[in-house]
Ligand binder design. Structure first.
Ligand code: ADP
Ligand code: F6P
Length: 324
């Protein structure tokens, strides 16, 4: 262990994601096992600037591994995107004797961590977002729970859609990324899957598809629409007018961010939390933890933020073939 690392902090930032608590637990217990003290920073960077900082011990993270949300709370904090905010954040860390911080969040949160590391505070990021939109990693904490929650909800909408012989547009989250839509689209056997990365905004293709499917005797028509495309309600109105088939929009919304994490989210969040604490305790900084090629690895934050990621063309083509 690097001589200088006596205390580390942990915070959750951006949108909450199921499994964040397991990651916090992994960080706290690993650091304590190495003789390093841990402080919990509440409400992300907002709580850091407001000095909402608590001491954490082994019991602080008892009975949380199965809980959704984040016990530390989270926030979006525009002040932290400014130079003044970042300088103040680093000063608060020094005031509380925090040598390094584990930041659990998405790309935006990583940019905050990068800024802190430039101000002399050791940082490491853990990918926590239901969107799966972090380029350096094949897995992000919360995605697995979110897709399972959405999948179950979509199955239910399909039951009623079939009974009424309706068309259903179901909008899933993901910000500008279509990963939740693609996974649910395939897993739910949707007739159309609209992804921001691929959609050509030609509604006539969808309308033709609905009419063709109805002629073939299909009782329902499920369209999974990604949040990045949005406008599901107006799309439903236009489709109903063009096809004469009753069409309803369901926006799944925040239910996708809540709930008890799946085994996979608990497992990888625990491993990543522990891995991140080890790096910080060893004096590492400006790193992010990732899951790549079946292994937990780490990258420089700058390197990670420069990476690009896109929907797999193969998976997209398969989704189209299977929906026929
Ligand atoms: P996510 O981490 O899920 O991508 P956001 O993009 O909302 O979520 O980012 C979370 C928080 O990270 C922001 O509210 C802000 O406090 C901080 N942040 C985002 N971008 C930057 C940036 N360029 N520099 C410093 N901090 C940032
Ligand atoms: O990043 C997770 C996410 O739920 C996105 O899918 C969505 O676009 C966004 O957060 C919603 O953010 P907010 O909680 O600020 O409404």
């Amino acid at each position: 262990m690097a001589e200088s690392i006596k205390t580390i902090g942990v915070l959750t930032s951006g949108g909450d994601a199921p499994g964040m608590n397991a990651a916090i637990r992994g960080v706290v217990r690993t650091a304590l096992a190495r003789g390093v003290a841990v402080k919990g920073i509440k409400r992300g960077y907002a709580g850091l600037l407001a000095e909402e900082i608590i001491d954490m011990n082994r019991n602080s993270v008892s009975e949380i591994i199965d809980k959704g949300g984040t016990i530390l709370g989270t926030a979006r904090c525009s002040e932290f995107t400014t130079e003044e905010g970042q300088t103040k954040g680093a000063e608060v860390c020094k005031k509380f004797g925090i040598d390094g911080i584990v930041v659990i969040g998405g790309d935006g949160s990583y940019r905050g961590a990068l800024a802190l590391s430039k101000h002399g505070i050791n940082t490491i990021g853990i990918p926590g977002t239901i969107d799966l939109d972090i380029a350096c990693t094949d897995y992000t904490i919360g995605f697995d729970t979110a897709i399972n929650t959405a999948m179950e909800a979509i199955d239910k909408v399909r039951d009623t859609s079939s009974s009424h012989e309706r068309c259903s547009i179901i909008e899933v989250m993901g910000r500008n990324a279509g990963y939740i839509a693609l996974w649910c689209g395939i897993a739910n056997g949707a007739e159309d899957i609209l992804l921001p990365e691929k959609y050509d905004y030609n509604e006539q293709t969808i309308i033709n598809n609905i009419i063709q499917n109805r002629k073939k005797g299909k009782k329902h028509h499920i369209i999974i629409n990604a949040e990045g495309i949005g406008h599901s309600t107006s799309m439903a109105r236009r489709i109903e007018a063009a096809t004469g088939i009753e069409t309803r929009a369901t926006i799944l919304g925040y239910m996708q961010r809540g709930g008890s994490p799946t085994c996979k989210d608990r497992f990888y969040a625990s491993i990543m939390g522990s891995y991140a604490a080890d790096i910080l305790c060893n004096g590492g900084t400006n790193r992010v933890v990732a899951y790549k090629g079946g292994k937990v690895v780490d990258f420089d934050i700058d390197e990670a933020l420069a990476m690009q990621k896109d929907i797999s063309e193969y998976e997209y083509q398969v989704s189209k073939i299977l929906s026929m």
